[in-house]
Design a protein around this ligand. Sequence first.
Ligand code: AMP
Ligand code: MN
Ligand code: MN
Ligand code: MN
Length: 288
Amino acid sequence: MKIDLHSHTTFSDGRLTPAELIQRAQTMQVDVLAITDHDTIYGLADAHAEASKHYPALTLIDGVEISTRWHSFEIHIVGLNIDTADPVLQRFLAEQQQKREERAVKIADKLAKCGFVGTLERARRYAGVGQITRAHFARVLVDNFQVPTLEKAFKLYLGKGKRAAVKAEWPDIAAAVKVIQQAGGRAVLAHPIHYDMSTKWLRRLIGEFSASGGDAAEVVFPGMNADKQAFLQSIVAEHELLASAGSDFHFPGRWTELGRCQLKSDTLTPVWHDWHLSVRQSSLKDPV
Ligand code: AMP
Ligand code: MN
Ligand code: MN
Ligand code: MN
């Protein structure tokens, strides 16, 4: 069974529409897919409509990826199996969206001081009806201002401590965990090794996430090597967190593909262990 619990659509910084993402899931033979757009659940309705029409065998998990602040770091908390009709969650996300808007204006101001004029309008055009993210500004810099790659756009301007970095007033980790859980979902620490922190800080992060009541951590995602994987799995086991896995899919590319990061662990308990997955239920007993 192929399970991918982290993916994006055009409702945040993904390049495929929800319908296109469902089609990609079918092509890649993904059986269980969570859509986890940044601070929004608006893409899920289209995805469900497409899945029920064209890929009914798919188990589509309602998800979201919430931005939080922890010390100087922006930490992403994925919510899985959330009730999208929950009013508290909806209000929480509306506030996140407001913060994204305010931050975008400030980012554009800073970019203008670097000589890049008119980035807000362009980034908004890329974002469309979706949430505006730094990834949209990165695309604007690449497409219009001779910045060679998206990575360079972050490295030179948009990344932590760089010239167009804006400290957003995100809520703390515990608030994200709480809002996810009160909406019936599980809170998952996203891509723990992507925060550019030392091992000591990483241990502290996972410890505090666990102490805040967090349910699970991603242990398989793009950009890992065997050493980091083993280290991460050992801390996750130590804190008795459940294990999640996902491709963090944004668009098809050389390094990224839907369904690519599968959990293979005999010791960790998968975050989906008690979900009623209708597809090939029996294979759940096998290591996946
Ligand atoms: P935001 O949530 O608005 O802060 O935007 C963060 C998003 O930008 C992440 O979810 C990634 O998709 C993307 N991103 C962050 N860092 C990089 C990077 N170094 N290179 C390319 N994309 C990045
Ligand atoms: Mn993203
Ligand atoms: Mn993330
Ligand atoms: Mn993501």
